[in-house]
Structure formats: structure tokens, C-alpha cells
Design a protein around this ligand. Sequence first.
Ligand code: GLU
Length: 457
Amino acid sequence: MIVTVRFAPSPTGYLHIGNLRTALFNWLFAKAEGGQFVLRYDDTDRERSRQEYADAIREDLAWIGIQPDAVLRQSDRIALYDAAAERLKAAGLLYPCYETTDELDRRRKRAAARNLPPVYGREALRLTAEEKAALETEGRRPHWRFLLPNFDDDPFKTRRTEVAWTDLVRGEQVVDLASLSDPVLVREDGSVLYTFCSVVDDGDSGITHVIRGDDHVTNTGVQMAIFQALGIPAPAFGHHNLLTTLSGEGLSKRSGALSLRSLREDGYEAMAVASLATLVGLPGSVDAMADLESLGARVDLTKISPSASKFDPAELDRLNAELVHAKPYGAVAEALAALDVPEPKAEAFWLAVRGNCERVGEAALWRDVVFGAPASAAELSEEDRAFVNAAFDLLPDDPWDGTTWKRWTDAAKAASGRKGRALFMPLRLALTGLDHGPEMGALLPLMGRERVISRRP
Ligand code: GLU
């Protein structure tokens, strides 16, 4: 058996970090098992699905390092679903219903008033051929419901019917099919619903493991019944917890919040995003992993927390900073060239400033300090200004190197009697316009004598 998983987003918006959680649990699982990862676009909702989102999903996954082994789209596969639906109809397991949404609403309200569960009562099963014909003459078109196998002989006498599976994440799970309405699988206009196509596709693609959010647990009970009705062996299922915002709201593709796209545009590292999307809700600390392989080694599906995990943007900043601080020059050479950092000094520059950057793009601030003009001018007291001016007279001659700052400040110390912060801070302020930043010993030779002299207050 070749382990085959699928990630099945609807192309109705940009992937967010919660979608990435699902994608990565699948991808890492497949890679650990030497298996295959299928990207499937669940695009049967023609109104809301867009090609631009489908393209963006591919791009965003590629940014993270996920390359699908196969790509499918449900809208290409309608004939397959139609054929499967015909088989269920022929077996009497898919039956026509004519209720309007209003009628169903009224029925649900009546049931609620009598403290009954809002479960469809299979009223359409009682319709005679004449009644159906009359409804069709009236212009009504049927939608089609799947007859859940939750009864012995009489579909109006349901009994507790447990569908059970050992979930890859949650352990033993049970769904009682008698607590559910027969799901609609085909709409009035003949279009098929996700619940159904997903089963047909999983069967057709040889999916061995379905790993998805725990909002699908009940669906799994229904879908296992559909697998059985179609004579397809059901895959193994795993349902991981969902990510919410800090205030506990669900993430939505439609809002665009925390989309991979916006995080990438904001300069976050793919591995910071991937690490957080995966490790939150798992035991141990949430660390910035260097690559997907080491991230995979940290994942144990059985250890995922059963309750929702909160996404904290501050955590993302922390992880990003960890990665950026450790980034070798080779990994940023291109980005620095795009920021017009002068090539011969780019490596020394990066090694000097990376510890002060949470994102690579922040190197632009230090580029200005070192090679251009600092954003802010130094604000010095009269006394400090006099001290700095006197110190400038003591600047060592060229050539400058990693020892120059020490030699200079030693001389300034001896001349002024200043030490510690009183000695260093006015000089740092004069040279950089800032009261914090990289080691001055590293910055000074990068700036060079001429530029330093131009900053004399
Ligand atoms: N399109 C479905 C969703 O995004 C897929 C669920 C599944 O993995 O079966 O929720």
C-alpha cells in the first residue's frame, strides 16, 4: 500500500495559517511514510471558486516547500460523481426530495417547539409516484438525499447506529447515524455536494489517510456510510484541532486574515509560519525549525491537543527573529542585493546586523545607517555634543578594522574620563541616530572613516 493523502481546499480565498496546519499534517505524514500528497481543489461551488485562488494556493504551498505529487479539481470530475449518484439511486439509497428551504425551516421550528432533535423525518420517502409527478408538474425539481443506514427494515424506525473508527489523532470515535439527517448529496440543479464528491474522489485517488480539521468528525460518520454504500474501502481518518485567533474566533479564508499571502508579503519566513502552524497544540515548546524535515520529526498526530489552539502573532515574530538571527549570508544574498546593500561589504554587513533584525527586510534600516543616511538625527545634550566633537578629533587613521572602535573609544575615554554608557551612547547616537543596534565595533569599519566624519554633530 502506498500511503496517499490529500489536501482539499476550496479555491474560495487565500490559504490561512489554519489551512496550512492541515496541509502540513498531511504533507509531513506522507513524507514520513514515503507516500504521495495529492492537492485536490474542492471547487464544486462554481459561484465562489476562482482560478486566481487556485493558483494562489499552489504558490503559497510552494513557498512553504510543499510540492504536490498530483493535482485534481472536482469540477473536472463531474461525470464520475454523476455515475456514482446513479448507482446509489439504482440501489434506492439516494432518494428525491421536494421540500423548499422554507418548508424545512418550518418543520425544524415545529420539532424544536416539541423538544425534538432537528433531524429530517424522511417525509419525501412517503411520496407516491403520483405525488412526485404532481410536484414536478408544478415545476418543482428534486434534490437528493442519501438514506443513512440507521434502521433495520423500516426507515421511519431509526435505531442507534454507531459508526466507529480509530482516529489517527483522537483515538476511538463514534458517530451515531440515528442522530443525523439524511444528507443532501445532489442539489435541485443537479450539482453534487462536497460530502459526496469527496468520498468518490478519495476512493478514485486511492487515498489511504484523510487528515483534516475536527470540524469534520460528524461528516466522517456520514462519509463512512457512503463509502460502504459505494463498496469502497474507507481510508483511515485523523481529525486535528483547529486554530483560532487569540480571542477564540475561527479563521476564515474569506476574511483574508492571517493568509499565507499576507504573511509572506509582510516578510515572514516560510519556516516560521510552518513551525507555528504545526507545533502549536503539540507537546513541547514551539520552536522555529530550520526545515520541513526537522519539523516532521516533532509531529506526533496522537499528541495533538483535543481543544482548539490559539494563534498568537507575537509567537510568529519570536520564531521569525530566531530564524533571521541565525540566517547565513548565502540565504539572504539576493534579498540584500535587492535592498541595494553594496556587494563587497554585504556579508560582513549581514553578520553585523542580523541579530537586530526580526525580518530580513529590516536590514534596510541598517543599510541606511551604514551606507546612507540614518532616518533620525542624533539628539544630543550640549555636554554630549561637546564630548562627541572632541572624540571625533581622536578618530584613528585608516585602515579601519574590527579593532578600530575599541581603539577610538579607549582614546576618548582617556581624554574625557567618561566610561560605560556615558562614553558609548553619545557616540552610538551620533553615528547611527539610534540608541540601540548592532555592535559598533562591527558597524564602524563598514561605515568607513569618511561617512563617520560626515556624522559629526
Ligand atoms: N474542502 C473541504 C474543506 O476545506 C475538505 C475537507 C476534507 O478534507 O475532506 O473543509
